[in-house]
Design a protein around this ligand. Structure first.
Ligand code: GDP
Length: 445
């Protein structure tokens, strides 16, 4: 299912090959597909809707970095927004286990992987944090479940509360608290009974245990493969018991990932860990970046866009430096400089950055020296042929007329641009000859 999202996006994005800013229509088409794919990945409708809205705001009109396609750029934006949705406000993922013994209440449906996750977390706290951990199963309905936890405990070298037949869940919880206190444990895990479905009896029992146990954390374990159902379970548990976080299991399977997205958005509770297999160390802290990459199945594109941007800029700078060192400066060089200025926030932006230049910006503006002028100059250069850009000396009157008309401007403006270019080129030549440019560049690098 992860594939279907990336495939869908892939085919739409292939069609978005034209360079320049992302048009509203481009974004619209891509987002229709993203929406369908999200719904197929089991993201709930309101969440998908909110998500699309957020991406649209960010994508429309955004400039496309050279050497990636607009499609790839949209993937990057979708990815970043996924991360934002998944990570929420970025609560700390470390479990609250100060003030020993800290109780961690584990809740969830039967078969969600609750017992396994309890043992995995216990092992993690023991191995990584050097904590003394006590395990207790409260599943009075299924003696097998109690034994399962005890067996896992032995396997990972963590103590478990001795099983006493005939006790209620609340009685076991009390005994476990006492034992944790007396035994000097740092952390106590209470593995509550699961049911196949949410029912009143189950919720009442979990509430009673919660009130006795006063847990520092209440972690809900849900099966990541169950998609929308997992979200409903989380909503119910959060409303009735109050959870502090979610553990999504079976994220090693070909799950649809949509659960993760909805879970965070609907419950507002962070996903703290993900289960990635049956083994005791198959548990990782939840990282929004990784899961977003998985949902999109396009992790490399995100990296590509970032890299392309960096590489392109580095290559461009190097190429220009080499040309300048030789005293060369043609229309392509000028265009690149003008574009660089636009990128840095235009005239106003540039001058605003320089201390004491605020007033200059106004004067320059009054002299017609503004962003519009930059844009007009770029348009004029765009209207030239390759040969003309490489060698502006070719520009006889007829060519000038054609170029100005192509940019929708008059020849006088083109002449001003040519004069400006000539001054800069002459300066470059002088500096190039004297080796001054080489030195200046060396100093800059
Ligand atoms: P409980 O009824 O909620 O306590 O569920 P269990 O802990 O007994 O887990 C049920 C089954 O799911 C067991 O066979 C586990 O090994 C398996 N399981 C638990 N977590 C994961 C996981 O993250 N990935 C996979 N593939 N299997 C898991």
């Amino acid at each position: 299912m992860f594939e279907s999202l990336s495939e869908r996006l892939g085919s739409v994005f292939d069609r978005l090959t034209k360079q320049g800013a992302l048009s509203e229509a481009d974004v619209e088409t891509a987002l229709r597909e993203v929406r369908t794919a999200l719904l197929e990945a089991d993201v709930s409708l309101p969440v998908a809707r909110d998500f699309i809205k957020a991406v649209k705001v960010r994508a429309t009109g955004q400039a496309v970095t050279k050497s990636v396609t607009p499609g790839q750029q949209v993937v990057k934006i979708v990815h970043d927004e996924l991360v934002r949705f998944l990570a929420g406000d970025g609560e700390p993922d470390a479990l609250k286990i100060d003030n020993p013994p800290a109780t961690i209440l584990m809740v969830g449906l039967q078969g969600s992987g609750k017992t396994t996750t309890t043992a995995k977390l216990a092992k993690r706290l023991k191995d990584k944090n050097g904590k003394r951990v006590l395990l207790a199963s409260l599943d009075t309905n299924r003696p097998a479940a109690m034994e399962q936890l005890a067996i896992l405990g032995t396997q990972i070298g963590v103590d478990s509360l001795p099983i006493v037949k005939g006790e209620t869940a609340v009685q076991i919880a009390k005994r476990a608290k006492t034992q944790a206190n007396l035994g000097g444990y740092d952390v106590l895990f209470l593995d509550t009974a699961g049911r196949l479905h949410i029912d009143e009896v189950l919720m009442d029992e979990v509430q009673a245990v919660r009130d006795i146990a006063q847990p520092r954390e209440t972690l809900l374990v849900v099966d990541g493969l169950t998609g929308q159902d997992a979200v409903n379970v989380a909503t119910e548990f959060n409303a009735k018991v109050g959870i502090s976080g979610v553990v999504l299991t079976r994220m090693d399977g070909d799950g649809r990932g949509g659960a993760a997205l909805s879970m965070r958005a609907v419950t507002g509770k962070p996903i703290r860990f993900v289960g990635l297999g049956e083994k005791m160390d198959a548990l990782e802290t939840f990282e929004a970046e990784r899961v977003a990459g998985r949902i999109l199945g396009m992790g490399d594109i995100v990296a590509l866009v970032e890299k392309a941007r960096e590489t392109f800029e580095a290559e461009q700078a190097e190429r220009m430096a080499k040309r300048f060192a030789k005293g060369l400066f043609n229309m392509n060089d000028l265009k690149m400089q003008l574009e660089q200025m636009m990128k840095m926030g235009g005239m106003q932006g540039l001058m605003g950055m320089l201390p004491g230049m605020g007033g200059m910006a106004q004067k320059a503006e009054a002299a017609g020296f503004n962003d519009k002028m930059l844009k007009r100059q770029i348009a004029l250069i765009n209207s030239m042929t390759k040969k003309e850009r490489a060698n502006p000396d070719l520009l006889a009157a007829s060519r000038k007329k054609r170029i100005a008309a192509g940019a929708g401007l008059d020849v006088a403006e083109l002449n001003r641009l040519l004069k400006q270019h000539k001054q800069m080129a002459d300066m470059m030549k002088k500096m190039g000859k004297g080796g001054m440019m080489k030195q200046a560049i060396k100093q800059m690098m």
